[in-house]
Write a protein that binds this ligand. Structure first.
Ligand code: FAD
Length: 430
């Protein structure tokens, strides 16, 4: 008899809640990872750095497990089709995993749980990717918070009370003893290496200590670049939150934003394709394809916008300050639907996270959770003046700035600002 531990977005051996409890409570624990073709089939680009990253991490974990006398079962396909076969092949008694709050994942887990129950196999899912999951931080009336600040206060109080600690060493002797199991290559799944570098998995204490002073300047190495590691669980949120709590409140606050948006998505799955504030679904987006293309390619003639888009296209990363600027520019200056921008980021960002990406875009478009947002139209010039005064970031990505090769502004700022305000007002007054 076997217990399966199913890895998903928790790709690490240390402080992995579901894995820890599987090894504590069961014998013959066989770790499993499924390259889910329901998800992978949606990716048009076959040189996807995120798939490459997951694959690399899975092979590392497999090698680590093999040093301990176990292995890792790698599968490629649809979980709902693979599980019935796995149950028979391994005489599975129970399945352990960590919870995931995205709509697709919740739906998938419901299906799998049903399928397992029908065969009398137990299913245990644990909280792992967050300090507090949707439902744990509620207001005085027991409802979810619609704005960030009170959410963050309650979050912080509860964090201080609960003294979150990483878990200790798992009971490795309960791993299922096996010869190394078969590998699946990237190529087997139709993917290739991307050539894009993944930021290291290091919570740099010095950087985090100064984060509040450096975080807004895209030319500085002033943010942690841990987004992809948080996305796939290659670092533990408990460890990182503990570090942040001891070193820098502003950094901890960003980790709270991450959980705020996960909570918003958890309670409001409709935000995936609708404005959080329903009235904002009325905005008549211009959706000009050529302008969208110019934005994607970093050819709008607004240097800070173009720098950001080129950074994204080349590295899979964009600084948060610049994400806000380019998103505001697309939705307000060009009046292009935030969902277009969101989808483009989803394709390109190494740290793409459905909840934060949707939250970030809705924030920029003014359709999301803040109080009075639509008047906020970022002025690219004054943002540059504040955050990239000596043009260091811009010149890195837009070396032809100031030459005849650089495009003229795609739209006049003053005109575009007024057009956005008028369009929003008209749509919301209806
Ligand atoms: P740091 O500044 O070092 O912050 C540490 C961690 O805190 C981040 O890795 C992230 O997990 C979390 N965090 C920081 N800021 C935010 C925030 N505003 N909202 C939620 N979590 C935050 N973040 C994503 O993780 N995935 C996305 O797909 C994503 N899309 C975005 C789209 C737009 C339009 C905007 C404005 C923001 C988006 N963000 C997204 C939030 C933020 O820009 C990134 O988390 C951050 O830039 C990642 O870089 P870092 O790892 O160096 O972050």
């Amino acid at each position: 008899k076997t217990t399966l531990f199913w890895f998903r977005r928790d790709l690490r051996l240390e402080d992995n809640t579901g894995l820890y409890y599987a090894l504590q409570q069961e014998h013959n624990v066989l770790p499993l990872f499924i390259f889910d073709s329901n998800i992978l089939d949606l990716l048009e680009e076959k040189k996807d750095a995120r798939v490459e990253f997951i694959h690399r991490e899975i092979l590392n974990i497999k090698a680590e497990l093999e040093k301990k006398g176990g292995s890792l079962l790698m599968k490629y396909g649809k979980p709902e089709e693979l599980f019935p076969k796995l149950l028979e092949e391994f005489e599975v008694e129970s399945v352990y995993t960590n919870r995931d709050y995205e709509p697709y994942a919740k739906d998938r887990d419901k299906k799998i749980e049903k399928l397992l129950k029908a065969k009398s196999v137990s299913f245990f899912a644990f909280k792992d990717q967050v300090i507090f999951e949707p439902g744990e931080i509620l207001n005085g009336s027991g409802e979810f918070y619609k704005v960030f600040t009170p959410f963050s206060k309650t979050w912080l109080d509860k964090f201080k009370e609960s003294q979150v600690e990483p878990l200790g060493e798992p009971t490795w002797k309960n791993l299922k003893k096996t010869d190394p199991l078969q590998e699946i290559s990237l190529r087997d799944m139709g993917f290739e290496k991307s050539g894009i570098e993944i930021p290291p998995r290091v919570a740099d204490k010095d950087l985090i200590s100064h984060y509040d002073q450096t975080r807004n300047f895209p030319a500085k190495n002033g943010t942690s670049r841990l987004g992809i590691h948080l996305r796939f669980g290659t670092i533990s949120i408990r460890k990182l939150a503990k570090t942040a709590y001891s070193l820098n409140d502003t950094y901890l606050n960003e980790l709270i934003w991450r959980e705020f948006y996960m909570m918003i998505l958890g309670y409001n799955p409709q935000v995936v394709d609708h404005a959080f504030k329903p009235a904002y679904d009325q905005i008549p987006w211009r959706n000009n394809e050529e302008e969208f293309q110019a934005w994607c390619e970093g050819k709008t003639g607004y240097p800070i916008v173009d720098a950001g888009m080129r950074e994204l296209n080349t590295t899979g990363y964009m600084h948060n300050r610049v994400r806000m600027i380019v998103a505001s520019f697309l939705t307000k200056h060009l009046l292009i639907d935030w969902r277009w921008g969101e989808a483009y980021f989803a394709k390109k960002l190494l740290d793409f996270e459905l909840a934060s990406n949707n939250g970030g875009w809705q924030w920029a478009a003014g359709t999301g959770t803040d109080a009075q947002p639509y008047f906020r139209v970022f002025n690219p010039e004054s943002q540059t003046e504040k955050f990239d005064k000596d043009l260091k970031y811009i010149k890195k990505w837009v070396p032809e700035l100031g030459t005849s090769k650089y495009p003229k502004p795609i739209v006049d700022h003053k005109f575009a600002r007024q057009r956005a305000l008028d369009t929003y007002k008209k749509a919301l007054d209806q």
